[in-house]
Design a binder for this molecule. Sequence first.
Ligand code: IMP
Ligand code: MG
Length: 193
Amino acid sequence: MTTRVLGRTLIDRERIRQRVRELGRALSNDLAAALRDEGHDPQDGEGDIDRVTMLPVMTGAVVFVADLIREMPLKLSMSVVTVSSYPGQATRSKGAALRGSLPDNLAGRHVVIVDDILDSGGTLELLRAAITEQGAASVRACVLLNKLGVPKKPGVLAEHIGFDIPDEFVVGYGLDFDGFYRNLPDIKILEER
Ligand code: IMP
Ligand code: MG
């Protein structure tokens, strides 16, 4: 029987903090440009510029999105969506499935899907299609981690990526194994023994 134990730290809390700050700035600039393209002035304070919706994917993105939105000086709202692809003790995707429903007020909005990690791409593929179907003004994906060396669904990409990582199963900073380890402040490799 394989048991899994916490291994070495792949990305420590200080590197995460710095990178999340950069991501928040880049994402905000990107969204501000999209708003300007529509003739809005994003510097216009409160105004009518409330068209951005952050959509974190439960449960892995909770820690990331909490830090990310505090680095975004924009008027924005947030809704959540639940997608399951790693039931129980799985460490390979079993295929993404929406649990519950997508928010139904995304038409005309600039939607940012926020996820902890891009692996096979099933989650992003599913969500992007559903959000586009609702008539969103634009859809972006912002992921903290991108797993390299894993076959991705064709055409799947994330516009904003924190770190490219090797094909290892990682936990911490929101990422779990069988529901545990989300509370670790650093991102660690889960080793098989
Ligand atoms: P995808 O749909 O295959 O791209 O997988 C994305 C989802 O799988 C993420 O939202 C995570 O919940 C989960 N996942 C993928 N790789 C890992 C990992 O190394 N650790 C923890 N969760 C992971
Ligand atoms: Mg997830």
